[in-house]
Design a protein around this ligand. Structure first.
Ligand SMILES: Nc1ncnc2c1ncn2[C@@H]1O[C@H](COP(=O)(O)OP(=O)(O)OP(=O)(O)O)[C@@H](O)[C@H]1O
Ligand SMILES: [Mg+2]
Length: 322
């Protein structure tokens, strides 16, 4: 018989700040949390029931860690997926599914997946190294992206003209058409083990011009109800196509004509969803927990009305007391 959420041992690969926020949600449900992270001073260490220091990319380390848990999830995609497949074969639950993590680890596979599944995305060409990329001057202006291991914009270079080719990566990657987007949007969507799907209202992300990191998040996004509906539908299309369990952040470009293109996805809590901790009925962390533990998903709308009600009641009771 499957254990309920309460009493299950949940193993998280990665013990950084996302894991720490995840534990703060999970702890309300009385699950036992084990963490694996290479850093002895990982942010999760003081909050976890058990902490193991180890390499997330080492197959045996991940496998042995997972064998002590009922269910394994991630807070970072750079993990050994062979070990996760072996854990699944040994009867452990692994969410998101190892095949999804494998796909997301490589932007080349990810783009091919969108194309295969009719998911709108910017036109692209695969490149094997810098010399190969330089053969595509006819495709400029474009963005050269590293296939693997890019994050926080570090695997992305804009190539506007042939003079920029020295910025291209000398490793397997892809060239993507430079998209003249009017906004960058993100929709967080979740699917639980029973197939129930819920998504959060879209947010708009504004990036720091040089650091290439999200600097401001606008929630709700300043978009029309029609664009909001399209963004929601697109996020659902992606999670359905991936056939995955857990939370998925879908990054999109909004074009001037109102159409949307998927940029990339992350199958874990994401920096475009931190506002949900205070701003929405269910935080992205609790939603991920609910999704993978087989619980019904929580409500996703903005909880501004609830906050307004709580503060009004407090104000009224204070006035009454004085
Ligand atoms: N085809 C494109 N056209 C225009 N701008 C792009 C394109 N692709 C990426 N960018 C810009 O570069 C940013 C980083 O790209 P991308 O999301 O692919 O990389 P990343 O390293 O995974 O970033 P992060 O980890 O911050 O999500 C995007 O958010 C966007 O601002
Ligand atoms: Mg991105």
């Amino acid at each position: 018989m499957k254990k309920t959420a309460i009493g299950k041992t949940l193993g998280i690969l990665g013990g950084g700040q996302l894991g720490r926020m995840f534990i703060q949600s999970a702890i309300s449900y009385n699950a036992t949390i084990h963490i694996l992270d290479p850093d002895a001073a990982a942010p999760c260490r003081p909050l976890a029931h058990q902490f193991t220091q180890g390499d997330l990319l080492d197959e045996e380390t991940v496998f042995q860690f997972g064998m002590q848990c009922d269910l394994i999830t991630i807070e970072i995609e750079k993990v050994n997926t062979n070990a996760l497949k072996r854990l699944q074969a040994a009867g452990k639950e692994v969410y998101p599914e190892p095949e999804v993590i494998q796909l997301i680890q490589d932007k080349r596979l990810q783009k091919a997946f969108y194309e295969e599944h009719g998911i709108p995305t910017a036109p692209f060409r695969l490149t094997s190294d810098r010399a190969d990329a330089q053969r595509h001057t006819d495709f400029l202006p474009a963005v050269h992206k590293l296939g693997r291991d890019g994050y926080d914009g570090r695997g992305v270079q804009i190539i506007r003209e042939a003079a920029d080719w020295d910025k291209a990566f000398d490793a397997p990657g892809l060239l993507e058409k430079l998209v003249p987007f009017s906004l960058e949007l993100a929709v967080i969507v979740a699917k639980n083990t029973a197939g129930e799907v819920k998504s959060y209202p879209a947010v708009a992300c504004a990036f720091h011009p040089t650091a290439n990191l999200v600097e401001y998040l606008y929630a709700p996004a300043p978009i029309s109800p029609e664009v909001e509906a399209c963004a929601q539908a697109l996020a659902r299309q992606v999670i359905d196509a991936l056939d995955m369990t857990g939370i998925l952040a879908v990054e999109m470009f909004l074009l001037e004509d109102g159409s949307l293109l998927v940029n990339e996805v992350a199958p874990r809590p994401h920096n475009s969803g931190h506002h949900t901790i205070e701003g929405n009925f269910t935080s992205q962390f609790e939603q991920h927990f609910r999704a993978i533990m087989g619980l019904p998903l929580g409500d996703t709308p903005c909880a501004a009305l609830r906050l307004w009600l709580i503060y009004s009641v407090r104000l009224v009771s204070r006035v009454k007391r004085s």
